[in-house]
Design a protein around this ligand. Structure first.
Ligand code: ADP
Ligand code: MG
Length: 394
């Protein structure tokens, strides 16, 4: 698939922009701070409903504006769809498909698939488990958009159950026995139900991503030890976590039963601590190099290679379903040595559409060269706005 047109209004440093792209590669060139990442962040937002840089939407709205708009025309095997997002300050965001409002923004998920590789991805290897859970969940949702609803339901149940645990724990300690305990049973059921669907999809994803990841890593860093991934969960038996095991249709009900059992066993501790100790929000994706965990053991270069391999593996996995996701490479070539540049360039050269940002033309490998779009800013202080000034040759 590819993005044919992009329009931005008051998105970060972009006051107004109407851009047209063709398949193949597009290079955005400009010195730091001019708005290159802002541009590709907007495209990424349409595919995940989130920024790869910040957790909240507020920073995405241009300073002084009340709302930001991102619109794109996406071409997928000859069929065009227009998606529009409106990010509102202090109000619910709104979305449209082909100019018709949809009930929830998450209905646009799946229309635009992207794989975005950026300097922030180092935290996939070095950061907290939450970074890796987000990687898994965003990729799983790209493959199965209805998972977005399951994730939202799970998060809601988790918040309410955690609040209830706190109240119940307080009451138990003060000797009063409220109605919370029977309510808690109901929430256990919801948590286990949504949690099992999410877990089953994560396990399936790890099983299918695993060979792509291993292959991508050995292509990028053949001299290094082999890279593997495995899902980690304190609640689940090891045999279910083996990435080589093929997921089965009956997994979901088994996972639900396991979660219910584990919740029952953890109940006293949960009441004591006032936190939810069982469920996919506690899990992690373990990244291994040979027999050592990448986190803590991998060198800087190996960490970069692992992060890149996760993204390239995701690209190959999505592609294997029939259509190329849009590959977005944000300022990454400057960070990579020659071998990793070449490996990334080889994958990128074969992708339907690649959007690349770089500060200087020398950062873009020769095989990906294209007439660059130059990104600049004009204006003063808070009124500074990004614009595309010219198409120069590299
Ligand atoms: N909400 C916003 N409103 C206006 N400007 C913003 C907003 N968020 C970020 N910026 C500006 O965008 C610029 C950074 O843009 P970025 O795309 O990260 O640059 P680069 O070209 O280096 O990738 C900074 O100058 C920052 O002040
Ligand atoms: Mg940038």
């Amino acid at each position: 698939m590819h993005v044919r047109a992009l329009s931005l209004r008051d998105f970060r440093s972009w006051e107004a922009a109407e851009l047209e792209f063709s398949p193949g590669r597009t290079v955005f060139l400009g010195s730091n701070g001019n708005g290159k990442t802002n541009l590709i962040e907007a495209i990424g937002y349409l595919s995940t409903l989130g920024s790869h840089r910040v957790a909240a939407d507020a920073p995405l709205i241009r300073i002084g504006a009340q709302k930001a708009r991102i619109g794109a025309t996406v071409v997928n095997t000859g069929r065009e769809l227009r998606v529009d997002m409106e990010l509102n300050q202090g109000q619910a965001n709104r979305a449209q498909i082909n100019r018709s409002p949809v009930r929830r923004p998450r209905e646009i998920l799946g229309i635009l698939q992207t794989v975005l590789f950026a300097p922030e991805d180092l935290s996939l290897v070095r950061g907290d488990p939450g970074e890796r859970r987000r990687f898994l969940d965003e990729l799983a949702t790209a493959r199965l958009p209805r998972l977005a609803g399951v994730r939202a339901d799970y998060d809601k149940v988790l918040r309410q159950r955690s609040a209830l645990l706190k109240t119940a724990g307080r009451n138990a300690r003060s000797g009063s026995r409220g109605a919370e305990l029977s309510t808690l049973d109901v929430w256990d059921g919801h948590l286990a139900g949504h949690g099992a669907v999410l877990l089953a999809q994560r396990l399936r994803l790890v099983h299918e991503l695993y060979p792509h990841l291993a292959q991508a890593y050995s292509g990028i860093a053949p001299e290094s030890r082999p890279a593997t991934i495995a899902y980690r969960s304190a609640s689940l038996p090891p045999e279910l976590l083996d990435p080589a095991r093929s997921p089965q249709p009956e997994d979901e009900s088994e996972l639900e039963a396991i979660l219910l059992r584990e919740l029952a066993a953890a109940r006293p501790k949960e009441l004591e601590r006032g936190v939810c100790l069982v469920g996919p929000h506690r899990d992690d994706l373990e990244l291994m190099l040979g027999s050592a965990p990448a986190k803590g053991f991998a060198s800087h270069g190996e960490s970069w290679s692992f992060a890149l391999a996760l993204r390239l593996g995701a690209f190959e996995l999505l592609r294997s379903a029939g259509t190329d996701p849009v590959l977005i490479l944000d300022d990454v070539f400057a960070e990579l040595d020659r071998r990793r540049r070449t490996a990334l360039a080889a994958v990128a050269a074969g992708a339907e559409q690649v959007l690349i940002t770089a500060a200087v033309p020398e950062d873009v490998p020769a095989e990906l060269e294209a007439a660059p779009l130059r990104v600049e800013t004009t204006g003063e202080a808070d009124r500074r706005a990004s614009r595309i000034v010219e198409s120069a040759s590299m």
